[in-house]
Design a protein around this ligand. Structure first.
Ligand code: F0G
Length: 478
C-alpha cells in the first residue's frame, strides 16, 4: 500500500494493540488492521522525546492566534497531543468550533441538580457531526501517504464528513461511500449527493457495507476512512480536550456517549489514558457508552456476558458466538437511531480498553427513550439527531438506577445535528398518523411523549388570534 519513508524510532509510530503481537509500523505506512495478527492498530507517541505542555491551560495561547488555521481548528490547536503530522501536511476546514453548554431544563429531565448537566454539541462541525474531528486527522494522514481515492462505509455521518472534506479541499481527493440502501437519514444522504461523492447504495445494512468496503479498499488500494483507521481516533480525542477546555480544565464526573462502531468511546478512552500518563489530569471521568436496544452488541457482551479488556486479551470467542447467533437467526440491527444501527462494532476491543481505564458502564435505551430524550434536548435549546439523544436517555437511566448521583457533573455528547434526520423529528411531533406509524409506531414508540404538535388553523384572523390566546394561556399557566 502507500508507504512514506520513516523509521520506527520516530516520535510517532503505529502499533498493534494485541499484547501478544505488538507489531510496530511507521506513520508512513497504511494499514487498517495489523498485517501480522489482524488486530486493531494504535497511533503511539514517544512522549519522553516530545514537547508537551506542562499544563492544559497552556493550550489557551492558541486562542489569540486564530488567523493561523492550525490554531483556529478545534482539533489542531491541541496538535501537541496528536503529533503525528508535519504542520504543512495538515488538512483542516476549521472543524471543532463546538459548544459545551449547561442545560438545566434537560438536566431536570435527566434528574440532575441545576448546573450539573452539560451538553457537548458536536452538531456545530462543518458537516454537522463529530465525525469532522476524525476526518481532519485521517485526511491529514491520507495526504502524508499520497492517497487520493478515499472510501468509507457509513450510517450517514462518516460519509457526509468524507464528502465534505473531499469537496472543500484542493488535494484532488475522490470520495467513494458505501451505504445500506434505505438505511441512512435524508439529511446525510443529501450531503453525500450534494458534495459530489460516488454514493454506492448496497442492498444490505451498515455491517454489510462495512465488510464490503474493507474488501474493496484492500483490492483497489483505496484509503479507508472508517474508524478502523487509527488516525481518525487521534482527531476524535480532541472532543474530550474541548470538554475539559469548556470546564476550565476541570475533569467532569461522567462522560456519556452513544455507541455505534465504538470509535468515539475508544478515542475518548485513549485521550484520558494519555492525559493521565502525561500528568495533565489527576483523575479520570467515568465513561458511559449507550447502545440503542435494537443494536446492543456492546451492552450484551459487557452487561450480560461480562466481557472485559483483560489486559488486552479479552475473550473474543464470546463476541464470535454472539455474532454467529445473530447470523443464524438472521438478526439485523434495527433502531430509529440509524447512526448507531450497528451490530458488529469494529472498535469493540478499543472500547473495552476505554471502559476498563475509565471505570465505564454500558446501557441500552429503547427507541421511545431516545425519541423522548431528543424532544427534551430540542426543547432545551440544542437540536440533535436520534442517536445523539441516546446519551441523554442513557444518563437518565443511570440516574434512575442511582449509578449517577444528582450532584455529579455529567457531560452528554450530542454527536450530530438535529437537521440530519428530519424524518424522525417530524414523525414524532407531527399530526400525520400514517407517517407516525410508518416511522415510529412500527418500532414500538407511543404517540404521547413530548410531542409539540403543529396546529392546523383556518385562514381566518379570528381563529388565528383565538389559537394564539389559547397557547398563551397554556404558556403562562393562567
Ligand atoms: N452518533 C452519531 C450521530 C453517529 O453518526 C455515530 C456513528 C455515532 C453516534 C456512534 O459513534 O461509531 O464512534 O460509536 N456513525 C457512523 C457513521 C457509524 O457511519 O456515520 P461511534
Amino acid at each position: 500500500m502507500f508507504v512514506l519513508t520513516s523509521t520506527k524510532t520516530d516520535l510517532a509510530y503505529q502499533q498493534c494493540i494485541n499484547p501478544s503481537c505488538r507489531a510496530t509500523f511507521t506513520v508512513g505506512e497504511t494499514y487498517f488492521a495489523c498485517p501480522t495478527c489482524g488486530d486493531l492498530i494504535d497511533v503511539v507517541y514517544d512522549w519522553d522525546r516530545l514537547p508537551v505542555p506542562s499544563r492544559l491551560s497552556d493550550f489557551e495561547a492558541a486562542w489569540s492566534d486564530r488567523l493561523n488555521p492550525l490554531n483556529f481548528s478545534g482539533v489542531w490547536r491541541f496538535r501537541a497531543l496528536l503529533p503525528f503530522a508535519p504542520p504543512e501536511m495538515v488538512v483542516t476546514i476549521g472543524e471543532g468550533q463546538t459548544l459545551l453548554q449547561t442545560a438545566d431544563k434537560v438536566g431536570q429531565y435527566v434528574g440532575l441538580n441545576p448546573g450539573r448537566l452539560l451538553l457537548q454539541y458536536e452538531g456545530m462541525n462543518p458537516s454537522g457531526s463529530f465525525k469532522d474531528n476524525g476526518m481532519t486527522a485521517a485526511f491529514t494522514h491520507a495526504c502524508m501517504v499520497g492517497a487520493r481515492r478515499v472510501a468509507c462505509a457509513s450510517t450517514g455521518n462518516t460519509s457526509a464528513a468524507l464528502a465534505v472534506y473531499c469537496s472543500a479541499t484542493d488535494h484532488g481527493f475522490k470520495a467513494i461511500i458505501f451505504v445500506g440502501s434505505g438505511k441512512i437519514a435524508y439529511g446525510k444522504l443529501a450531503q453525500a449527493l450534494d458534495h459530489g461523492a460516488l454514493t454506492i447504495q448496497i442492498v444490505g445494512d451498515f455491517d454489510d457495507a462495512m465488510a464490503r468496503v474493507r474488501q474493496v479498499a484492500d483490492r483497489l488500494g483505496i484509503y479507508l476512512m472508517n474508524s478502523v483507521n487509527p488516525f481518525r481516533l487521534e482527531g476524535q480525542k480532541t472532543i474530550m480536550l474541548r470538554v475539559l477546555e469548556g470546564l476550565g480544565w476541570e475533569v467532569p464526573d461522567w462522560i456519556v456517549v452513544p455507541g455505534g462502531n465504538l470509535g468515539n468511546s475508544s478515542a475518548f478512552g485513549k485521550a484520558f489514558i494519555e492525559l493521565k500518563h502525561l500528568g495533565l489530569i489527576d483523575r479520570v471521568p467515568r465513561l458511559a457508552v449507550i447502545n440503542a436496544s435494537g443494536a446492543r452488541t456492546l451492552e450484551h457482551l459487557v452487561g450480560q456476558h461480562g466481557l472485559t479488556w483483560c489486559n488486552g486479551l479479552p475473550d473474543m470467542s464470546v463476541a464470535e458466538t454472539y455474532y454467529a447467533g445473530l447470523d443464524a437467526g438472521k438478526i439485523k440491527a434495527s433502531t430509529i437511531a440509524s447512526a448507531i444501527e450497528i451490530n458488529r462494532p469494529v472498535n469493540l476491543k478499543k472500547c473495552l480498553r476505554a471502559l476498563d481505564f475509565c471505570g465505564g458502564v454500558v446501557r441500552q435505551v429503547s427507541d421511545q427513550e431516545i425519541m423522548d430524550a431528543k424532544a427534551r434536548v430540542g426543547a432545551g435549546g440544542l437540536g440533535c439527531e436520534p442517536a445523539s439523544a441516546a446519551s441523554v436517555a442513557g444518563a437518565k437511566r443511570l440516574r434512575e438506577e442511582g449509578v449517577i448521583a444528582p450532584s455529579e457533573r455529567v457531560v452528554c455528547i450530542l454527536t450530530g445535528h438535529q437537521l440530519k434526520d428530519p424524518t424522525a423529528t417530524v414523525a414524532y411531533h407531527g399530526t400525520d398518523q400514517d407517517n407516525f406509524e410508518k416511522v415510529l409506531g412500527s418500532r414500538g414508540v407511543r404517540r404521547a411523549g413530548f410531542a409539540n404538535r403543529p396546529v392546523v388553523v383556518a385562514n381566518d384572523l379570528d381563529d388565528i388570534i383565538r389559537t394564539i390566546a389559547l397557547y398563551s394561556e397554556d404558556a403562562t399557566g393562567d
